[in-house]
Design a protein around this ligand. Structure first.
Ligand SMILES: [Zn+2]
Length: 446
């Protein structure tokens, strides 16, 4: 069978898979002779093979032991490295056009454009943190009933914002003023099928009211009552401490006002609280464009960035505007503290994902995830730890059963790289091909 004819009959393949297709009518691909990094955190395994039927891995192991079905399409990847598709554990989708964020931009077209960009950069799954319109659930339903051609999405629907406080997108998130209202918003997201619950607890450097403890407790309790995890946007150490006491499941940013201490690390560990995302690339992006950022000359960055965005980021007037903001001198300190706190968490053995908070203006889809892994390594973890955070570790945090590792029965979502990312984390950018559910999707040039 020719590759092209197989890919032309995907819908039929998916339907057959659901009704229990015979081996003869199944679509089988054998990917072979690559070095495997399976996403579980172990060493790379040279001379590996993987057999994929109807988008799922049915066998993975040494190439010498592969029993390739005669009708399989063979893809020889000699000299290449294969990792699970990357997972970005903190993004926003569909709301931004160039450097403007507005609820009216949230259309199926924009959502799919962003999901395609993530996929092109090897991010085959993304976790959206609280800024989705209900349309997202129909996009997700369609994805989960088929073999998607763009990044798989996980969503919290509309995250919970305190009345007059920080967070959300106007027109999408409905702020709450009481614990009762907060619990009702959580129940509504759960009823729609949210994968987890997200809320914002921040006062934007003392410029806005902060969500009171009774409301955060109501959100966490309502999430748990619905069988969902609760993840919080935080900034301050004291809030991380209180939320840990209240039973929060994870934080989607680093603590940025103070150094985290052994007591908090101990409590987080005891309660199973995880660092869903450290968002180091977000902190870096907050001040990077106060001058001519090196990324602006990087083709890998430019491919994910609109011409108008590039023009504005490169404009000396805008750079001056960014760098003259009163908060500007503080921003590098927040970044350094986020890095230091991330390293402490990692050293304490707490689970962490790789999340970027990309999507809003100036934090571009796709590229940001590679920058995040680079910054995680700069913060002091190994490339293997950073890669695990973006694959198997992330899947575990999201409770996503069939992605994140390349093992039998999982979706065949994977990235083919020209060089070893365990040797140099920048090699995650040397993308040769991206596959979702065993099917190659368009990808960026390295
Ligand atoms: Zn965010």
């Amino acid at each position: 069978m020719k590759l092209k004819s197989i890919f032309g009959h995907l819908a039929m393949g998916a339907a057959l898979a659901l009704t229990g297709a015979s081996a003869a009518s199944a679509e089988t691909i054998a990917v072979t002779n690559f070095t495997l990094i399976d996403g579980r955190g172990g060493a790379a395994v040279p001379n590996s093979s993987m057999i994929i039927t109807d988008g799922r891995i049915i066998w993975v192991g040494p190439a010498s032991q592969a029993r390739t079905p005669p009708d399989a399409v063979v893809v020889d990847l000699t000299g290449k490295f294969v990792t699970p598709g990357f997972i970005d554990t903190h993004i926003h989708l569909g709301n931004t056009h160039d450097l403007v964020q507005k609820e009216e931009f949230f259309t199926r077209e924009n959502v799919e454009k962003d999901l395609s960009t993530y996929a092109a950069y090897g991010f085959t799954s993304v976790a959206i943190m609280g800024t989705d319109k209900d349309l997202i659930f129909s996009v997700r339903k369609q994805q989960r009933a088929s073999r998607p051609t763009m990044a798989r999405l996980y969503t919290s629907g509309q995250g919970i914002v305190f009345h007059g406080g920080y967070g959300g997108v106007p027109g999408i998130n409905t702020p709450v003023a009481t614990p009762r209202e907060a619990a009702a918003v959580v129940d509504a997201q759960a009823a729609k099928g949210a994968d987890y619950i997200k809320f914002w607890l921040d006062d934007e450097l003392h410029s806005m009211p902060k969500m009171p403890p009774q409301i955060s407790q109501a959100v966490i309790d309502a999430a748990h009552r619905n069988g969902l995890k609760a993840f919080a946007h935080i900034f301050y150490l004291e809030d991380a401490r209180r939320l840990t006491d209240q039973g929060i499941d994870g934080f989607v940013h680093s603590v940025r006002d103070a150094d985290i201490d052994p007591a908090l690390l101990r409590d987080m560990k005891a309660k199973g609280t995880v660092q869903v995302a450290a968002t180091l690339s977000r902190e870096a992006a907050m001040f990077a464009y106060g001058r001519h950022a090196p990324q602006l000359d990087d083709p890998f960055f430019r491919q994910s960035t609109s011409p108008e965005t590039l023009r504005q980021l490169d404009s000396p007037e805008r750079q001056k505007q960014v760098s003259s903001a009163p908060v500007f001198p503080e921003l590098p300190k927040f970044f350094e503290r986020a890095k230091a706190n991330f390293k402490k968490l990692a050293d304490a053995g707490l689970p962490f994902g790789a999340g970027t908070d990309s999507g809003p203006p100036g934090r571009v889809a796709g590229y940001s995830g590679h920058w995040e892994m680079e910054l995680m390594v700069a913060a002091g973890v190994t490339p293997a730890q950073a890669l695990h955070a973006a694959t198997g570790g992330a899947a575990k945090i999201l409770g996503a059963q069939d992605i994140g590792t390349l093992e039998r029965a999982k979706w065949a979502d994977f990235v083919v790289l020209d060089a070893d990312p365990l040797q140099n984390i920048l090699n995650t950018r040397k993308i040769s091909a991206v596959y979702i559910a065993g099917r190659r999707v368009p990808s960026v040039a390295p």
